[in-house]
Design a protein around this ligand. Structure first.
Ligand code: THU
Length: 147
């Protein structure tokens, strides 16, 4: 199998770049569907279940502004609605030089339903970092405290 068969790409420099993680590729793809009429800030997210299924989501804005929902929560709610309950990783993609990490409410929802996910941040060209959700949301409020 050749490097290009494994997903490796040859850049403008002629050097071969690493194969693209399929989760990042899925987040880049779904970002095209973002409904970001008001902010112009398009985001794509791809959530990987324990069995390797990829569920995607994009941000959806609306005229009230406040009812906007982020790409990460769309992906998680789609996954839950499809019956998925166990998750491994989520990739978040925006067209920014600096990584775009999940907002506070998304961290809360991802923690409650996804646990200590690996959170992969990327833009349209490169990966920008990998974090555990527990590092992004230290000292979380969750169901354990309701007992
Ligand atoms: N947004 C996301 O979808 N995910 C993030 O991680 C950051 C922010 C969206 C919400 C809104 O539609 C736009 O980006 C600007 O905040």
């Amino acid at each position: 199998m050749s490097a290009s068969d494994r997903g490796a790409r040859t850049g403008a420099s002629g050097r071969r770049s690493a194969p693209v993680d399929p989760l990042i590729a899925a987040a880049r793809q779904v970002r095209r569907h973002a409904h970001a009429t008001y902010s112009g800030f398009k985001v794509g997210a791809a959530l990987e279940t324990q069995d390797g299924t990829i569920i995607t989501g994009c941000n959806v804005e609306n005229a009230t502004y406040g009812l906007t929902i982020c790409a990460e929560r769309v992906a998680m709610f789609k996954a839950l609605s499809d019956g998925h309950r166990r998750f491994r990783r989520i990739a978040v993609v925006a067209d920014t030089a600096d990584p775009t990490p999940p907002c506070g409410p998304c961290r809360q929802i991802l923690w409650e339903f996804g646990g200590d996910l690996e959170v992969i941040l990327a833009n349209l060209r490169t990966e920008k970092g990998r974090h555990r959700l527990s590092a992004l949301l230290p000292l979380p409020f969750d169901a354990r405290l309701l007992k």
